[in-house]
Ligand binder design. Structure first.
Ligand SMILES: Nc1ncnc2c1ncn2[C@@H]1O[C@H](COP(=O)(O)OP(=O)(O)OP(=O)(O)O)[C@@H](O)[C@H]1O
Ligand SMILES: [Mg+2]
Length: 171
């Protein structure tokens, strides 16, 4: 299915909404996002949603898809703030939950990671909103019930729109 325009918010070029029936489906979406990245070698994925929405589960799938050997070790990096994994491309997993504002994310030097060709996956983007790159995919997860989640993926910027289009061609 092709990504569809949502015909809504001006800053959003395209969006896609899916139901994820169980954690396995969240992992598969993460893997598909990794598969859809190429030919790009860098990308920013912002993962929003309440506690337990499935953000880290999706990053696990993303790590698997990027060939990260330690994909099973992906957890919520709340106390570390950032964990970098080697992969192709590499994965930078950021958790902004305990950050106090945009300066905390600026300190991490994510621009360098992106320039070197890496995927940045950032949980709790709303806390550091002013420091987020303009071109990013936003993944908003929400509880449907205990056994399912809703996900809305929206692209902001040209590279992310192309990434979302490629995802639409896969799924
Ligand atoms: N599509 C889904 N349907 C039902 N359960 C899911 C789904 N995706 C993930 N889960 C489950 O939700 C729980 C929380 O997942 P996860 O830790 O990924 O959430 P999180 O958003 O990272 O939470 P936190 O905000 O605490 O970091 C896990 O038990 C996970 O298996
Ligand atoms: Mg988490």
């Amino acid at each position: 299915m092709r990504a569809r325009s949502n015909g809504g918010a001006m800053s959003t070029s395209a969006a896609r909404e899916l139901t994820l029936a169980g954690p396995g489906a969240t992992v598969v979406l993460g893997r598909e996002l990794a598969a859809a990245l190429a030919p790009a070698t860098a990308g920013v994925l912002c993962l929003s949603g309440h506690l337990g929405a499935g953000k880290t589960t999706l990053v696990k799938g993303l790590a698997e898809g990027l060939g990260v050997a330690e994909a099973r070790e992906v957890t919520s990096p709340t106390f570390l703030r950032v964990v970098r994994f080697e992969g192709s491309p590499s994965l930078v997993h950021v958790d902004a939950y305990r950050m106090s504002g945009p300066d905390d994310v600026v300190e991490l030097g994510l621009d360098e990671d992106l320039a070197g060709g890496a995927v940045v996956a950032l949980e709790w983007p709303e806390i550091v909103a002013a420091a987020l790159p303009a071109d990013r995919l936003e993944v908003a997860l929400a509880h449907v019930d205990e056994s399912a989640r809703n996900v809305r993926i929206s692209a902001h910027g040209a590279a992310s729109s192309a990434w979302l289009d490629r995802l639409g061609e896969l799924a």
